[in-house]
Design a protein around this ligand. Structure first.
Ligand SMILES: [Zn+2]
Length: 190
């Protein structure tokens, strides 16, 4: 997947959301789930005042369709209060990818997933919960986009929202193959 000189992914469906600040340097790729219905429904929500500025650069639907909302040299509001490797406020130096996924919302999972949920305890603690499974098409698209971004911007790492804000966030959660994505992007996992 190519990334244009003005920081748009070629082949992605463009759904521009105005706003953000200049982001001249990108260090990390942050992975999220939307806790929502379709990718487009989340993007529509981000356009409303109720979203309070929430947004991400990329949203990937369950069928693997990739949407882009802002160029990669402009910030989005996906990380919130966050910390990683000496950096705080990851919004200022990271690209956000949201995956359309219900997380541990069993009602939304039943409505939007073709598969039974997977039962797991989150690595950050909590009780045994049922998490929406990520379809292979969605994971394949995520890997393709992530590899292109890591290469183009020489990123330092791929992180989950549950890594950079572990006391507040559980996404992308236990159903997401984070280690496999890190390996695919060329990072060592210990
Ligand atoms: Zn998140």
């Amino acid at each position: 997947m190519n990334i244009s000189a003005d920081h748009w992914l070629e082949g992605a469906m463009r759904r521009p959301i105005p706003g953000g600040s200049p982001m001249p340097v990108r260090r990390f790729l942050a992975i999220h789930f939307t806790s929502g219905a379709t990718a487009e429904s989340s993007i529509e929500f981000w356009r409303t005042p109720a979203a309070k500025g929430a947004s991400a650069h990329i949203v990937i639907d369950r069928d693997g369709t990739v949407y882009q909302c802002r160029p990669f040299n402009v910030t989005c509001g996906h990380a919130g209060v966050s910390r990683w490797q000496g950096f705080s406020n990851l919004n200022s130096c990271s690209i956000g990818i949201e995956l359309a996924n219900a997380g541990d919302d069993e009602r939304l999972t039943k409505r939007w997933s073709k598969f039974p949920p997977t039962e797991a305890r989150h690595k950050n603690g909590g009780t045994l919960k049922r998490w929406e499974v990520y379809p292979v098409e969605q994971l394949a698209a995520c890997e393709e986009v992530a590899k292109a971004l890591v290469k183009r911007y020489n990123l330092d790492g791929v992180v989950g929202h549950d890594d950079i804000a572990p006391s507040r966030k559980v996404d992308p959660g236990p159903a997401f193959p984070m280690q496999a994505l890190r390996v695919a992007c060329g990072f060592k996992v210990g």
